[in-house]
Structures are given as structure tokens and as C-alpha cells.
Ligand binder design. Structure first.
Ligand SMILES: NC(=O)c1ccc[n+]([C@@H]2O[C@H](COP(=O)([O-])OP(=O)(O)OC[C@H]3O[C@@H](n4cnc5c(N)ncnc54)[C@H](O)[C@@H]3O)[C@@H](O)[C@H]2O)c1
Length: 363
């Protein structure tokens, strides 16, 4: 079979990680890239010594002129939907960076385009491939915890605002809540089997982002959240307690916990002052089962081997395999739309100052 011809839309930071992973695969070739910043796509290919890859300043032009088999969408968040939909309509399956979109409406538009075109979209949550993350799901799905009724997740950085396009409303659209919060949400929702979210009550804050003291370079253009907290009701009588920040006067907001009627699972953050969602090849810390044995409360470490293969490489090769074999999306929009609906609900609830209902339209 000929090599799969890949195009990349948005050749900024994370496009480099996509390219490094594609370069490790014998059966694919990145043949084109587009970035709206003039010269940026060319510079990107020059960095990788790929003189024959074609560069464009418009995704639409690239999609029109190139015969592509698949596309990575690596733009900032507000452009995810428009670029993913353009790629689908050009006949290309899409590996779309996280978060899926900014709004639920955009996520639904992507799913409708997927249905219309019959092409897949897979969302870029590489922590899913990590051994520790797989173990979290395995424990939760095993039934060992009994009926799960409460989950707490999130985390944050003491000081970790990413800067640049991540801080602007017109580009990122949403802040820490979606940038790293979507990973926490994916960890717990994937472990639970992606139950449907029903309602959200939330607050968002921007004290650090807007502060000249803590954000001297970009405080006056800061337009998103730097901390949020939410109480989410999920189908099946599960309450989800979530908080996430890029900056706070605290080292951590605690571990992720699952409380069940028979046992509880604690998932430690990957490191002090950091969060497992914050790094490209991110993982989580130790897993401990809290249960009763011989009538006494006890706790047992859950053994798990660290991953040896890069999570990012696994995410890219799983997408490539699905394209080659006509398989389903490895991380499908049918799941991640719930993640997006929660983010959308948090934004709406915070703006309205009250609990909001989550209504997900039929596709
Ligand atoms: N999976 C991960 O580990 C991970 C890590 C970092 C970022 N991300 C995600 O990747 C996305 C990009 O992040 P980044 O750090 O690369 O940002 P970035 O700002 O460095 O790069 C985004 C690029 O997209 C370009 N762009 C924007 N709109 C475009 C359009 N319509 N057509 C073509 N190019 C366009 C911009 O000019 C910019 O060069 C974000 O959604 C972010 O959440 C994922």
C-alpha cells in the first residue's frame, strides 16, 4: 500500500509532537501543512528538513490542492471546528487536538460533518494510552468499587500559565478549564464509561491572569479562566466534583478519588505542584485501593508498570491504524462530546451564576 499522505493544519507547538510521531511511522508521509501566519508552515518543514512538503497559508487551499488521506488539526481551540469540518468535507479523517472545541454547538457541528462524510474524527487525549491511566479504568470497570457515587478530580499548577494563544479569548476561547481540565475529565469519564452529564453548577476565576503582579506580560489581554470549580451530576446517580487551575496559592487541589459502596480508589497527581494533565506524555501518580478486609478498613497499593512507549506516539499510531483499516476512531467524538458538554456547561453556569442543564442535541 502507498504511504498515507498526511496534512497538518496549524504548525505551532503541538504540531511538532505530531510530526515527531508521524516520522517514526514507515507507512505515512507528512506531505503538506497550513498555518495562517505567513511563512510559519515553511519554517516548520525546514526545521524537519522536509523541503518537498508543501506549505500553505490557508487550510482550505491545502485541502483543495493536495490529495490527502488524513489530517492533523493542531490549531488553537477556537479554530478546531472550522478546520476539522473543512478536512472532513475534503474527505479526510481527522486527528483533532484536545479540547474538542470551545462550545458544545461546535462539537455537535463536527459530529454532524462526521456523519455526513462517513469520515472519523479522533480526539488527541494521549494520556489514555498510559499504563497508569489504563489501570485506573481497569480498576473502576472491574466492579471492585461497587456502586460508584462520587468522583473528585482536577488539579492544577501553582504557577503555570502557558501564555501566548492559550490566554486569549479569540484564540483559546477557554482557559485552564479546557486546556488541562479536559484531561482530568477524560480520565474519570473514560474510567466510568463516559456517563452522560446532566447538570452543572460552576464558578470560574481570572485573578492571576488579570493580575499585573502575577501576569506582567499579558494581564491586559488575558481573556479566559485561570481557575474553575464545578459540581456536575452524571447519569447513574454519580456526582462529579471538579476543579482546575493554571495558578493558585496551593501546591495541589488533591488527588482524584472514586468513592464506591464497596471500595474507593485514590489516584495521586503525578508530582507535587504539577498535574498529570499538564505534560505532553502525561501520566498520574500512585493508585491506592481503600477497602475493608476481614472486617477492618485497609488500603492496598495497586501495582502498575510505568509505560515504556510514548503515549503521544501511541495516540498517533492508533489514529493511523484506524485510517488504514477503516476502523472506528480510537478516541471517538461520541464520548468526548460529553467532556465538551461539561466544559460548555461550566462556562454557561459561571456566566449565569446558577446551575444549568446540559442538553445534547441528537446528531
Ligand atoms: N495533546 C497535547 O499534549 C497538547 C499539548 C499542547 C497543546 N495542545 C492543543 O493543541 C492546540 C494547539 O496548541 P499549540 O500549543 O500548538 O498552539 P500554538 O498557538 O503554538 O499553535 C497553533 C497554530 O495554529 C495556527 N492556526 C490558527 N488558526 C489556524 C487556521 N484556521 N488555519 C491554519 N492555522 C491556524 C496558528 O497560527 C498557530 O501557529 C490547542 O488546541 C491545544 O490545546 C495539545
Amino acid at each position: 500500500m502507498d504511504k498515507l499522505r498526511i496534512g497538518i493544519i496549524g504548525t505551532g507547538g503541538i504540531a511538532h509532537a505530531h510530526m515527531h510521531s508521524y516520522l517514526k511511522l514507515d507507512d505515512v508521509e507528512v506531505v503538506a501543512g497550513a498555518d495562517i501566519v505567513p511563512g510559519k508552515a515553511r519554517k516548520f518543514f525546514d526545521e524537519f528538513s522536509l523541503p518537498h512538503a508543501n506549505d500553505y497559508e490557508s487550510a482550505e487551499e491545502m485541502l483543495r490542492k493536495e490529495q490527502l488521506d488524513a489530517v492533523s488539526v493542531c490549531t488553537y481551540n477556537t479554530q478546531h471546528a472550522v478546520c476539522a469540518i473543512a478536512a472532513l468535507r475534503a474527505g479526510c479523517p481527522v486527528l483533532l487536538e484536545k479540547p474538542m472545541t470551545v462550545t458544545l454547538d461546535d462539537a455537535i457541528d463536527i459530529m454532524r460533518a462526521e456523519k455526513e462524510t462517513g469520515k472519523i474524527v479522533s480526539i488527541g487525549f494521549q494520556p489514555r494510552y498510559d499504563n497508569r491511566m489504563r489501570k485506573v479504568r481497569e480498576v473502576v470497570q472491574s466492579g471492585e468499587l461497587g456502586k460508584i457515587y462520587y468522583v473528585q478530580t482536577g488539579g492544577g499548577r501553582r504557577r503555570g500559565m502557558p501564555g501566548g494563544t492559550f490566554m486569549r479569548k479569540d484564540q483559546a476561547g477557554v482557559g485552564a478549564l479546557a486546556d488541562i481540565g479536559c484531561y482530568s475529565l477524560d480520565m474519570v469519564l473514560n474510567a466510568l464509561g463516559y456517563p452522560k452529564p446532566l447538570t452543572v453548577s460552576a464558578s470560574t476565576f481570572d485573578y492571576f491572569g488579570k493580575s499585573e503582579k502575577y501576569n506582567p506580560a499579558e494581564h491586559d489581554t488575558f481573556g479566559v479562566d485561570d481557575f474553575s470549580a464545578a459540581y456536575i451530576r452524571l447519569e447513574g446517580g454519580i456526582t462529579l466534583d471538579f476543579r482546575m487551575g493554571w495558578a493558585m496559592h496551593m501546591d495541589s487541589t488533591g488527588a482524584t478519588i472514586f468513592l464506591g459502596t464497596d471500595a474507593g480508589l485514590k489516584v495521586e497527581p503525578a508530582g507535587v505542584g504539577s498535574n498529570w494533565g499538564g505534560a505532553w506524555d502525561s501520566t498520574c501518580g500512585d493508585l491506592t485501593l481503600f477497602h475493608d478486609q476481614f472486617g477492618m478498613p485497609t488500603q492496598t497499593p495497586v501495582p502498575v508498570y510505568n509505560s515504556t512507549e510514548s503515549n503521544f506516539d501511541q495516540k498517533v499510531s492508533a489514529f493511523v491504524d484506524a485510517v488504514k483499516n477503516g476502523g472506528p476512531a480510537p478516541i471517538p467524538t461520541s464520548q468526548i462530546v460529553y467532556n465538551q458538554a461539561i466544559i460548555d456547561g461550566i462556562i454557561r453556569s459561571a456566566a449565569q451564576g446558577k446551575e444549568v442543564e446540559i442538553i445534547i442535541p441528537e446528531i
